[in-house]
Design a protein around this ligand. Structure first.
Ligand code: CP
Length: 312
C-alpha cells in the first residue's frame, strides 16, 4: 500500500480485519518492521483517540514518532498555485510537504472540514496537497470528507462482536448542538458497502449525506422502523450536506435510548455528548462497544502502517 486515504486503499477488507484480530493477540510481533523508520503526525485539529492510538500503533511496530499540532504551531499554509503571498499565509504547501518528507518516512494528517464551503472541503486541499507534494506515503487521520482509520476500527469491532453471517447494521443520525462534519458517517457508509450485512441509514429529512457516498444504500426516515431487529446501531451526528454545514434542528426525539436500542449493540466513534446524542443508560450498559472501538483504533492504525512499511 502506498497511501491510506480512503477505506478502499486497504485492499481486501475482510483479510485486513482478520489480520488485525490476529495482531491483537501479540501486538509487538512486527517490532522490527519499523526499526529506523519515523512517523510524523500532523494535527490541524484536536484529537484524543487518533493521536494516542496512532502513536501506540507506531510504537508497537518499532517506529519513532514525531507529533506536531500544525493548526496552532505551524505556519499558516497557502494551497493555491501562483498566489502572491502578501497576506497572512507564510508558507506554501509545496515547500512544507517536501520539507516534512525529509524528516520522516510516513506522514499522517488530520484536517477537518471547515463546513463553510462545500467545494473547498471536497477538494481536500490539506490531504491532497500533502499527497501531491510529499515524497512519502500519506495517511488520512480524518480529512474533510473521510475518516478511514475509524472505519477500519469499526470493521474490526463489527467482526469481533458479530454473531450472524449477515447482521443488520443501522447508522442513525443524532442531535448535536454544533455543526459536525460528515467524515465519520461517510467512511462508515463506504466501509459498510464492503460488508456482508443488511445496512440501513436513518436520519431526519434534510440530513441526507452526499448521494454519491450513499448510492445504493437503504435510507429510512422513520428511525423506529429502521431500528427494528438491528444487531448493531452506529449513532453519529452530522450537519446538513444539502444546506451545507447547517444545524437544521436539535430534535431530541432522535436521541438514542435503551428502549430504542433493544438488544442491539451500540457503537459511536467518540467523543460523544452524553444525554444529547445517547443516554447514559446506553453508554453505561454492556451493549455499548465504544471503548472496544477506541481500542481497535490502535490495531486499525497498526494494520495500515504495517502495510505501508512492507511497501517502503
Ligand atoms: N474517533 C476519533 O477520531 O477520536 P478523536 O477525535 O479523539 O481522535
Amino acid at each position: 500500500m502506498k497511501h491510506y486515504l480512503t477505506i478502499n486503499d486497504i485492499g481486501n477488507l475482510k483479510d485486513s480485519v482478520s489480520e488485525a484480530i490476529e495482531l491483537k493477540k501479540n501486538p509487538t510481533q512486527f517490532k522490527s518492521l519499523g526499526k529506523d523508520k519515523t512517523l510524523c503526525l500532523l494535527f490541524f485539529n484536536n484529537s484524543l483517540r487518533t493521536r494516542l492510538s496512532t502513536q501506540k500503533a507506531a510504537i508497537n511496530l518499532g517506529m519513532d514518532v514525531m507529533v506536531m499540532n500544525f493548526g496552532s504551531e505551524g505556519w499558516q499554509l497557502e494551497f493555491e498555485d501562483g498566489t502572491v503571498m502578501d497576506q497572512g499565509k507564510a508558507e506554501h504547501i509545496k515547500e512544507a510537504a517536501q520539507v516534512v518528507s525529509q524528516y520522516c518516512d510516513i506522514v499522517a494528517i488530520r484536517a477537518f472540514a471547515g463546513l463553510m464551503d462545500k467545494a473547498q472541503d471536497e477538494a481536500e486541499v490539506v490531504l491532497n496537497g500533502f499527497t501531491k507534494y510529499a515524497d512519502i506515503p500519506v495517511v488520512n487521520m480524518e480529512s474533510s470528507v473521510g475518516h478511514p482509520m475509524q472505519a477500519l476500527a469499526d470493521a474490526i469491532t463489527l467482526a469481533e462482536f458479530g454473531t450472524k453471517a449477515k447482521p443488520k447494521v443501522v447508522l442513525s443520525w443524532a442531535p448535536h448542538p454544533r455543526a459536525l462534519p460528515h467524515a465519520v458517517a461517510n467512511s462508515f457508509v463506504e466501509m459498510m458497502k464492503l460488508q456482508e450485512a443488511e445496512f440501513v441509514i436513518t436520519h431526519p429529512e434534510g440530513y441526507e449525506l452526499n448521494p454519491e457516498v450513499t448510492q445504493g444504500c437503504s435510507i429510512e426516515h422513520d428511525q423506529e422502523k429502521a431500528l427494528e431487529n438491528a444487531d448493531f446501531v452506529y449513532v453519529k451526528n452530522w450537519s446538513s450536506y444539502t444546506d451545507y454545514g447547517s444545524v437544521l434542528n436539535l430534535d431530541s426525539s432522535w436521541l438514542m435510548t435503551q428502549g430504542k436500542l433493544g438488544d442491539a449493540k451500540f457503537m459511536h466513534c467518540l467523543p460523544v455528548r452524553r444525554n444529547v446524542v445517547v443516554e447514559d443508560a446506553v453508554l453505561d450498559s454492556d451493549q455499548s462497544l465504544v471503548i472496544e472501538q477506541a481500542n481497535n483504533r490502535t490495531f486499525s492504525a497498526q494494520i495500515v502502517l504495517k502495510k505501508i512499511l512492507e511497501n517502503l
